[in-house]
Design a binder for this molecule. Structure first.
Ligand code: C5P
Length: 221
């Protein structure tokens, strides 16, 4: 029905930051709150979807019965859970701010402040979104891009490189948009490179806009 446009659809969403262990008590992380992903999950569930939400450490919770929340910590854990769920998915949206690098060998014990300098070797994490693009069968795959320069060109490059069906460009130019804010201002770019620009809104309303753009394209094809 029009009230439940995602009824019968399985939606997979990644959210939040990832924490990469340095030692048992320290990590490398980022300021992502997870709110955008949790709002996407809630709105998709309200539209009738069965939602799997794979989230890194976030204070948010979900009470919607159609959302199954999988909490993870590291990028590798997020990769494992997300790729395991992907085959049985109609729509995948990667909204997580995944750490690009992790400490190569996390220390077994808490690192002591014995030396005046400390070097931590980092290795690259797997790119979850890119892997989903490579393994795509019939899924509608959506990524996010947070750019500080050449925003549209970089987002379009990402869309093509990662074999996406659409990419959501977060504006860094506008106050109130992006990390840790309750609001966001986005452009939705589809694989024909058609750009739809939206006003600054709450992340709940941004989630609705994103899902409506996806729904239009799923039922047009
Ligand atoms: O390449 P970049 O990190 O800017 O791309 C951002 C997009 O890729 C986001 O959708 C993010 O969730 C996803 N991503 C990912 N795994 C990574 C890095 C980014 O899924 N390791």
């Amino acid at each position: 029905s029009t009230q439940l446009p995602l009824k019968g659809k399985k939606v997979l969403i990644t959210a939040g930051p990832t924490y990469e262990a340095i030692d048992p008590v320290r990590f490398i992380g980022n300021h992502s709150s997870g709110l955008m992903g949790f709002e996407l999950a809630h709105q998709a569930a309200t539209m009738g979807a069965q939602v799997a939400l794979v989230s890194g450490p976030s204070k948010y919770e979900t009470k919607h019965p159609n959302v199954v929340l999988h909490r993870v910590v590291s990028a590798q854990e997020m990769f494992d859970k997300t790729t395991a769920l992907y085959n049985d998915t109609h729509i995948a949206i990667c909204a997580a701010a995944v750490a690009d690098y992790r400490p190569e060998k996390p220390a077994t014990h808490k690192i002591k402040k014995d030396s005046d300098s400390l070097r931590i070797d980092l290795v690259k994490n797997p790119d979850i979104l890119k892997t989903l693009g490579e393994r795509k069968t019939n899924q509608f795959l959506v990524g996010f891009a947070l750019e500080t320069q050449n925003e549209e060109a970089n987002a379009k490059g990402k869309l093509e490189r990662k074999h996406l069906d659409a990419i959501v460009l977060n504006s860094m130019q506008d106050a109130g948009a992006g990390f840790g804010t309750p609001t966001n201002k986005i452009k939705f770019i589809d694989k024909n490179l058609t750009i739809t620009a939206f006003e600054l809104k709450t992340k709940a309303d941004v989630a609705l806009d994103i899902l409506n753009e996806i729904i239009k394209r799923i039922y047009a094809s």
